[in-house]
Each structure stands twice: as structure tokens, then as C-alpha cells.
Design a protein around this ligand. Sequence first.
Ligand code: PHE
Length: 453
Amino acid sequence: MKEKGSHTGFSSKAGVVLAAAGSAVGLGNIWKFPYEAGENGGGAFLIVYLLCVLLFGMPLLTTEFLIGRKSRKTTFSAFREISGSNRWQWMGWWSAVTIYILMGFYFVVTGWCFNYLYEALFNLYAGMDSAELLTHFAANMSDTPRMIVCSLVPVFLTAAVLWRGVNQGIERLSKILMPLLLVMMIVMAGRVLMLDGSNTGMRFLFEIDFSRITPTVFMKAAGQCFFSLSIGLGLLITYGSYMPDSQNVTMTSLQVVVLDTLVALLAGVIIFPAVFAFGFDPAEGPELVFVVLPAVLQNMSFAWFSGVLFFLLLCIAAITSTISLMEVEVAALTEFSNGRINRRRSVLITTAVTSLLVVVFILSMTGRCPSLRLFGRDLFELADGLVTTFMMPLGALSMSLFAGWFMPSKSIEIIPRSRSRFKRWLRPVFVFLLRWVVPLAILFIFLNGLGVL
Ligand code: PHE
């Protein structure tokens, strides 16, 4: 059932949901969410996070899909197309640049996952205690050739999927990998919940200590919400442009949000009970899954199998996200060149640029090239901070202003009117959220981040 559109797109509604959920579900859910929750009060973080998902996530996700479907353009030119003016073209550039920076960072962490999958497969960290695992993690991180190989493997895998196209590549793969990921996670969560002492972990994640809700927790939760749902970069505009005309956009957004949140919760349910059952600190930081999990998994029955399963899961989640990131650049390049650069050439060019970027990031991170540092920090660290706490929220702010203030006055309405009673109130609620709640909350986050509040 192919429907109208200026370019080929997804062929089924389930395909759209699974591909977009594939973009959303990623390292943000399984790697970042547990350590952010661990550092920021567990249940307190969770409740603020859920609030952000509802207030910012849903309206922004819907907006991005709608901008894409209305314009049938990639992120790069959708704003210009819809507004009918060149004044908004900077958002296309903003998104293209931010996505490249994010890819530099994201592929490095995906490389860590592939490294650990390899180590789990060949039992390379077996028998190490937690202190040794920490040193092992640090040693891996500074091993330049290993990091380059491990990060370029996912770049090429992603390119191979994109090479096959939107429908044959992205959609087909998402339909296999996403259900597989969910089943694998449910199996793991079931195993972990059978551990003695898993209650403490569940209480840590689900019991809310209101005194721990601070502006900083709010800022972290909002950043996590943007990152985890892949919003604020306009990425889902490109996916929206592949969406069939008859698809209900609000329902699709809701399904993506529910799946994404479910996976983050499952990751928490896998990680925290295990962390507490084995006496680790939940506030371990970014190395949480890479240090604590191998330690925990080795002490469980079926250690080898569990280790391989967990890291495979992480790699799958990461790949479905890198596919969406690279797709936006591939589609933008083809569109920007007016089709002179065809899709496959565009995949090759994007892969080359991304590979180069990833290598530069790794050289900067491992200290091989001390000149590749800025403001005393390596590029990896800078990109993480810059993208999640600055560029994504700023993108989300611009998107909400665009949709909330500039769109309704145009002939094309972003949030469609509807006669059904439920949907009739949905529109004013979304417009209110986009006009006031999202921009003011992001402003608050910035002011707090700058130390003004
Ligand atoms: N949402 C992805 C994750 O949770 C990360 C991502 C962000 C992917 C932005 C695409 C765009 O890991």
C-alpha cells in the first residue's frame, strides 16, 4: 500500500512506528537512562522524566512527524517549504550540523557496545572483579586502534542498511529487530527479578523521594527526554515525510513514546535490581552498564549467554538509532543536490564523512592527538554536553516556536482539526504546550544551566 509522496517511503503503518521507535530506542534508553536515574535519585528522576515525556515529548514528536508529512521534504528543507520563506532555512543547517556532531559521539559509544559484545562472545572479561573491570574499561577506551575498529564496524553496518533503501533496508530491518529487542529485554528483566535482593533495586527505581526533585534533576530529565525520543533535531521530520497519508500521526507518536518509555523502564528493571543485588553503587556514571553489568552477569547462572544477550541487545538498539541519524544526512544530501547525487552515492559520501569524524573524535578522546582538544576537553566530552544540554533543547525550542507561533497563522495547519470529541481538545492542548509550556520550560533549563536561577 504505497501512498502519495514526493519520495519513496515506508510501506506500512507498523513499519513507520517500528522504524521511529527504532530511532528513539537506543543507547539513550539502555545506557544513559539507568545512569542518569542512578545519579539523580531513581524514582524522583523517573517521575520528572515521565512528566517531560508527556509535556514536551508528545507534542514535539507529533509536530516533527506532521512537518515532515505535510512538506514531504527532508529535515533540511522542510521548514523552508512549510513557511514559504528562506528565513527558516537555518534550521535545516542547524539540524544537519547537530546530527553530524551527535553521530561522532554516538558511534563512539556504539563502538564500546560492539567491543563488549566481542569480549562477551570470547569470554575476555571473565573472572575480573569490579576494580579490574573499571581499569579494563579505561584501558579499552584509550586503545586507539581497537576503538577505531569497533566504532567503524557500526558505521559500515548502518551504511549497508541505508544502501538498501528506506523500505527494503530501514523498514524491513526495524520490523525484525524491534520485536526481537523487546522479547530479549523481557527475558532479561524476568531473570534479574528472580535474584535475591532485587527488591531494593525496584524500590530505588519506583519509590519517589520528592525532596530529591531539584531544578538540576528537571534539567537532566528534560535533556534525557529529548535525547531518548530523538526530538529537537528535526530527525523525525524525515521519517514523517516517508509516512503514508492515511496514518494517524498522534497515535503513531503515542505508540513511539510508549515503546520508548517501556524500554527505558525495562532497562531500569534489568540494571538496578542487579546492581543492588550485587552491592554496587547505582551512581556509577557512564560506565554503569560497561563495568557493573559484566560483573553482575558473570555471577549469574548462564553467565556467557546473559552477557552476549545483553550486549547484543545494546548493539541492536544502537544500530536502529544510528540508521535514523545517518538516513537524515543521506536524504538531505540527495535533496540538496536536486537528485544529482543519487541515494547510493549519498550513502557513500555520508559514510566517508561520518567515518572521518568518528576517527577524529577517537583520536581526540584517547589522547593520541593532543591538538584535537577544545577548551581543555576532548571532542567526545564536548559533543555530549553540547548536543544534549544545548543543541537539542535549542532545536526543540525553535521547533516549538515554529509550530506554536508561526504555523497556525499560515494556511497549512500543523495540528489537524478533528471532529471527534477526544481529538477536539487535543489540538488546543498541543498548541498551548507548544506555545507556552515547552519554550518557557526550555528557557528555565537554560537559565538554570547558566547559573542565573
Ligand atoms: N534516541 C536515541 C537514543 O535513545 C538517540 C538519538 C537522538 C537518535 C537523536 C537519533 C536522534 O539512544
